[in-house]
Design a protein around this ligand. Sequence first.
Ligand SMILES: O=c1ccn([C@H]2C[C@H](O)[C@@H](CO)O2)c(=O)[nH]1
Length: 140
Amino acid sequence: MTSPAPEQAVPFGESDWEALRAAARDAMSRAYAPYSRYPVGVAARVDDGRTITGCNVENASYGLSLCAECGLVSTLQATGGGRLTHFTCVDGTGSILVPCGRCRQLLYEFGGPELLLETPDGRRTLDEMLPQSFGPQHLG
Ligand SMILES: O=c1ccn([C@H]2C[C@H](O)[C@@H](CO)O2)c(=O)[nH]1
């Protein structure tokens, strides 16, 4: 018996994207961003069906600030690991934001080229947002 493809195993429709954005906005409302005053929230679906979130956490030593995606990948591991399949990021107004370059690399580690991201121009694979990526495959 063959296993269904992951996208068939856990269907993901428009209402799921809406729920993911709502989770990201909720996380954004708890961001700690007193220096930039630019709160960010992220949410992702994991291949086992759970939803995880993160928010940015800044620091008085500005360069130590953590992007929301840092919290998300930490939560991913702390709650059981798995692969990211769908991802969204919102700014302080709740509008869709593209993750910064460093965070695309963080996402690549746990989602790979097939991870689907929302952007202001529609949904894109991570392969489109971070082409010719360096990743675990290069390290053998
Ligand atoms: O993908 C991104 C881009 C920016 N930020 C945060 C970092 C900083 O706290 C604030 C302004 O750059 O936004 C994120 O959390 N994720």
